[in-house]
Structures are given as C-alpha cells and as structure tokens.
Design a protein around this ligand. Structure first.
Ligand code: FCB
Length: 465
C-alpha cells in the first residue's frame, strides 16, 4: 500500500542525510527485573495509584530486551540508516554508582553490533528519564552528587561501546525531567516543587557539560550533544498579559536551555521570575555547561500556546489535533528552526523526535493511518523549508519505531509506525511504515540510483504487512 502524501518529495535532502526511527529503553524494553537490572524511578512511579492512565507499567512493554534481534531486522526492513535508542542506566549499573552489571552492558554492546552489521548507525541516548531508583533515594537529580555519578556511568558506557556508535546524547528533554518530573509531578519521580525543578535542570545541564569533557578526555571522537524538546511559544490572544506570559514561557522552555549551552548564561527574566527558587550555581558551572556540542537534537511535536489565566484549550484553535490533543502545525517547526538559527550559533541540528499518536483503528489486521502519514510528510517538508532558509538540519527520526509505553498515558496512546499487538507482541507495519520505507527508497533513488538498500530487502520481517 502506498500513499499520495508527497510534500516531502519536493525538497532536496543530501545523500548523507540521517533518516531514522527512535525509541527509548523504558518504553520498549520490559524485562524490568531481568539479569540483575535495578529498579528505575519509572518502575516506582508506575506503582503510584492514578499516575498512569491505564494503570500499566513497564514490566513487559514491547519485550524488546528479548526480541531485539527481531527488532533490528524490523528497523533494517524500513530502509532507515539510523536508529536512536537509549540505555537504561539501572540495567547497566543497578545502584547508579559502584558496580556495573555485565549482562546489561553486554545487551547494549550486542545491540550496537547488530545494528552496525545491518549498516544502521546507532544514536545512543544516555538518559531518557529512567534514573536508578537508588539514586532517587538520595535525592536524585536534585542532589549534586548525581552529576558525578552520571559522568561515571557515561564513561563506563563509552569504555564499552567506544567510537563504534554514531553519536552520544547526554540527556533527552531536560525540561521534561525538571518540570514534568519535579514541578507538576505528572512524570517520575512525581515531585511538586518549582525550586527543586530549577535545581534539577541545572544539575542536568552541568552533568551534560562534564560528560562531554570527560568523554573527550577519554578519546571519544564521535559527535556529542543533547536533545531538547522545543516549540515556538505563542500568546493565546494579543493581550499584554498573554504576551508577557508567552515570553516568560519561551524563557522557561527554550532560552533556559539554549542560553547556557550557547551563551554561558541563564536568561535573566526567568532568573528574576524564579526569585528565591533560582538554582544554586557554583563558580565555573556555566563555563562547563557551555562546553561546545557537536550537534543539537530537537524534538518537535507541536507549538505551545499560553494564556495568562490558563484558560486556553487546544480545542479552541480550530487546528487539527492528534490523539494527545496536540495541535498539528508543521509550519511552527520551520519557524522554530529559523528563529534558533538567527538567535544562536547552532551546530548541525537533528530532529531527533517527531511523530504523532493517532486513534489507529485496526481493520482486517491493518492500520491505515493516513493522518500519521500526512503528519510525517508535512513535517519533513517543514524541515526542507528550514534548510532552504539556511538552517543546517542533518537528520530526521520518527517517533516512534513502534507503539510503546507512552509514560503517564500508558499503552493507551500509540505513536508507532509499526503496530504492536500487546497480547502476543506481534509487530506489523502500519501504512505509515510502508509510506516511510517508500519515501526512503525514493530518496536513495534520487541520490544514487538504488531504489532499495540491499539490507532493506534482505531483512524484510516475516509476518509484516
Ligand atoms: C517525548 C519523549 C518520548 C515520547 C514522545 C511522545 O517527549 O521524549 O519518549 O514519549 O514525547
């Protein structure tokens, strides 16, 4: 089945453009207690009554820990040249400090080897939120000691995986960890303190900079970076109150991370707004945070609309919404990238996550997700527009390879281009997977005259639509 969505084909992407799919450890691996893995804060959080919409957990998830070879074949069958995944810190270091777990390290070493054997570049994220619970018991990211523990953990990963991977990312979406995890408390570890959230964000950034320095000192030559969740922040109405609130939110979401990374300073308007809740910063911290990165990962899903009285609802906007009630507005991705290009001395950019949850009805064993195809098509085109305006975007990764544990939404929201039947763990292409595979084959044809990579054909997964 192929689809008519072809906006993305009207743009020229270089032959070395990185096309991938993305996942994260807690969302797909399962095997929560297997082979010496320690508990993570998400294992704990899932036990809190009411924390997860469908009262589910990550105990089984997509059984990727057992099925990783099948999944590598699945990834290869799409014809992508990259796969972004994360390492579960408590799987490789159950207590978050001290002893490492050989079975855990070995799991990721095999995964990297398996990907490389298929010609797929491994993009490794060191922290996609599943902090060891043992460290949370000592204050987690609010405790400055966690910074050094993270550097030690990252160094051990580098020692094992070395320069065989395509890139290392320190943290995925520090805003989410800080604000959703420690201020609103809707994500693990579920705390509700603005002061703690601010301190957590500072420690995440500090550990990012220290890790870059440590890995480079240990001989790391592959690109190092961080992944931020970014959106343009717009006022719900032109009123002065809404505009002021939107500016502050832009500071909290974007400038709070971009300014220290690229300008060695936190934005003063946010510091002023935090007042006594501003983080404790030690001399030298900001210099470390501003250690140059080789690339910046941007996760983009939607814009952020802000009203001073909190009354704005996505249903008011008239824009199409996805199954998360997130507005679908691809032009905001172009806008965001062009604005960042003007405001900061950007390194190469990768769109490390983009995609959508849609209702995905299963009919005759098939998911004909034209809405998801349209979304991906439009957003790839939006990247093309940004590239036309001089933004150096070098890669795009669909969130997600397959349906998985969507944090506080549990399994009720499906982001995959591959459908997962949680009763038997069968994976099957949705129409969007077929579309993406065809789009990638078209890209190869444009660039070097080969419609499909050898591995894409050879490794077609049996049973896949
Ligand atoms: C991002 C997360 C990712 C996934 C998507 C939908 O914030 O990084 O794990 O949940 O949202």
């Amino acid at each position: 089945m192929s689809s008519a969505h072809t906006l993305s084909r009207q743009h020229d992407f270089p032959s070395d453009f990185v096309w991938g799919v993305a996942t994260s450890s807690f969302q797909i691996e399962g095997a929560a207690h297997a082979d010496g893995k320690g508990p993570s804060i998400w294992d704990t959080f899932c036990q809190v009554p009411g924390a997860i919409a469908d009262a589910s957990d990550g105990l089984i998830a997509c059984e990727h820990y057992e099925r990783w070879q099948e999944d590598v074949n699945l990834i290869a069958s799409l014809g992508v040249n990259a796969y972004r995944f994360s390492i579960s810190w408590p799987r490789v270091q159950p207590m978050g400090q001290g002893e490492f777990n050989e079975a855990g390290l070995n799991f990721y070493a095999q995964l990297v080897d398996g990907l490389l054997a298929k010609g797929i570049a491994p993009y490794v994220t060191l922290n996609h939120w599943d902090l060891p619970q043992a460290l949370q018991d000592q204050g987690g990211w609010a405790n400055r000691d966690t910074v050094q523990h993270f550097v030690n953990y990252a160094s051990a990963i580098f020692k094992r995986l070395g320069n065989r991977v395509a890139a290392y990312t320190t943290h995925n979406e520090p805003w989410v960890i800080a604000v959703l995890g420690h201020e609103s408390g809707i994500f693990a570890p579920g705390l509700k303190s603005r002061a703690i959230a601010a301190q957590v964000s500072h420690h995440l950034l500090l550990s990012h900079g220290m890790t870059l320095q440590a890995l480079r000192a240990q001989g790391c030559t592959v690109p190092l970076g961080i992944v931020l969740n970014l959106s343009p922040t717009v006022p719900a109405t032109p009123s002065a109150a809404d505009q002021a609130k939107a500016l502050l939110e832009d500071g909290r979401l974007l400038r709070w991370y971009m300014d220290p990374l690229f300008k060695q300073a936190y934005p003063q308007d946010v510091i002023d707004d935090l007042g006594e809740q501003a983080p404790h910063i030690e001399p030298g911290d900001l210099e470390i945070i501003a250690t140059p990165i080789d690339y910046l990962g941007v996760n983009y899903y939607t814009r952020s609309v802000v009203s001073a009285d909190g009354s704005w609802k996505p249903q008011n906007s008239g824009l199409p919404l996805n199954d998360m009630d997130w507005e679908i507005i691809p032009e905001c991705l172009t806008q965001l990238l062009v604005r960042m290009h003007h405001d900061y001395p950007l390194p190469p950019i990768y769109i490390t996550e983009n995609g959508g949850a849609f209702p995905d009805p299963l009919r005759d064993g098939q998911v004909n997700d034209q809405d998801r195809i349209a979304y991906i098509d439009q957003h790839i085109a939006a990247i093309g527009h940004a590239r036309d305006q001089g933004v150096q975007v070098q890669g795009y990764m669909v969130w997600s390879l397959m349906d998985n544990f969507e944090w506080s939404s549990g399994y009720s929201k499906r982001f995959g281009i591959v459908h997962v039947d949680y009763k038997n763990q069968n994976r099957s292409y949705k129409a969007s997977a077929v579309w993406y595979r065809d789009f990638l084959a078209y890209q190869r044809l444009q660039k070097n005259g080969t419609p499909s990579s050898a591995s894409a054909e050879k490794n077609r997964v049996t049973g896949v639509v």
